[in-house]
Write a protein that binds this ligand. Structure first.
Ligand code: RAM
Length: 354
């Protein structure tokens, strides 16, 4: 079953997820001032006294809000006594360390983290583990030595291949392209970019496509907008941009939509349907992709529960049940894959509400 909140009204049990997501967003906004902090509050006890804390890359990111909506729902259903969200306001490499340390001090049973840098969080995560915490990485992996499992939204290579295919289709198979990414340290974006570069080099279908620049908007809306503007100035022959981050693609679409490049320079990547809808409808963007972010948080909570209950250790072949999303198996490298990405375009975008 998908956690997709399709507007057609299927999946009634999940109808409340939108509300949960909105609640998480509000809680995060409320705690957003003053350089980050705790957010999300605590959920009512659902048995036991186990605590789970989610540490996203950053709090002020609409994608994060959807992920955490699913996380909160999963934490309650999995039976955690409390769940909370803490984290930095910007996604810099070491910005999560103090939050991890505070969870270690608090005796939190499960820390779920989207690492801003695979190594910068390692010492702190190691200390949390020594104190008894289980570590679930999600969205953006920590160094595998520092966590128990990684809940990966998609097979990394698949999401890279979709983006190269979409850009190739949109620029007619030839011309200059650029990548506008999140932070330069982000584990997830860097892995996708590595696969994209390999594919561009090795697939004969892409022999006439030239990657001329990689720039980083740091998952900051203003910086991403400026980087998009800068790309167009520096590369007047640019035919397309891939932005494998929801923040980057939305900011780039906003820039292109009011520029002379609208409809001429292609833009694809990973975006939230709700943010991208106006740009698909006004012709700035033809097609882009994403998975259902709520599923990521939801499955991470169940994986955390299975770990802290000693039902799994994160070894390949370990199985656990992720509520209504069913059974999941831990793969090689401690990976749990959430599901395939969906491609959104003018035909289907109105069916999705996240
Ligand atoms: C941004 C973040 C996140 C990534 C999505 C696609 O919101 O960088 O980590 O998974 O984009």
């Amino acid at each position: 079953m998908m956690l997709n909140r399709k507007k057609t009204g299927q999946a009634p049990r999940l109808a409340s997820l939108v509300a949960l997501t909105a609640a998480a967003a509000l809680a995060l906004t409320a705690c957003g001032g003053g350089g980050g902090g705790t957010g999300g509050g605590t959920s009512p006890a659902a048995g036991g006294d186990q605590k789970i804390t989610f540490i996203p890359k950053q709090l002020n990111n609409p994608y994060t809000d959807v992920v955490l909506g699913g996380g909160k729902k999963g934490a309650t259903e999995a039976g955690f006594a409390s769940s909370q969200v803490v984290g930095p306001l910007e996604a810099s490499a070491s910005s999560q360390v103090s939050f991890i340390n505070a969870e270690t001090q608090a005796g939190t049973n499960v820390i779920v983290i989207a690492a801003n840098d695979p190594d910068a969080v390692c010492t702190a995560l190691g200390e949390a583990r020594s104190a008894g915490a289980k570590i679930v990485a999600f969205d953006s992996d920590a160094n595998p030595d520092c966590r128990d499992v990684f809940i990966s939204q998609v097979v990394a290579k698949d999401v890279a291949l979709i983006q190269t295919k979409l850009i190739s289709e949109q620029i007619g198979g030839s011309g200059e392209i650029a990548i506008l990414s999140a932070t330069a340290n982000a584990t997830n974006q860097n892995e996708w970019i590595k696969f994209m570069e390999e594919e561009l080099k090795s697939n004969p279908d892409y022999k006439d496509i030239k990657l001329v620049a990689k720039v980083y908007g740091d998952d900051d809306d203003t910086k991403s907008f400026q980087e998009a503007q800068g790309l167009m100035q520096a590369h007047p022959n640019l035919k397309g941009i891939i932005s494998p981050t929801t923040v980057g693609i939305a900011a780039t679409a906003r820039y292109l939509s009011t520029s002379a490049y609208k409809g001429k320079v292609a833009l694809t990547g990973l975006g939230l349907p709700n943010e991208m809808r106006p740009f698909v409808k006004d012709g700035t963007v033809k097609e882009f992709a994403l998975w259902d972010p709520a599923q990521l948080g939801y499955i991470a909570a169940f994986a955390g529960k299975a770990l802290t209950d000693g039902k799994i250790t994160g070894a390949p072949g370990d199985k656990f049940t992720a509520g209504e999303l069913g059974d999941r198996t831990v793969e090689e490298g401690g990976l749990v894959i959430v599901g395939p990405p969906t491609v959104f375009n003018t035909e289907n975008i109105d069916k999705y509400d996240f």
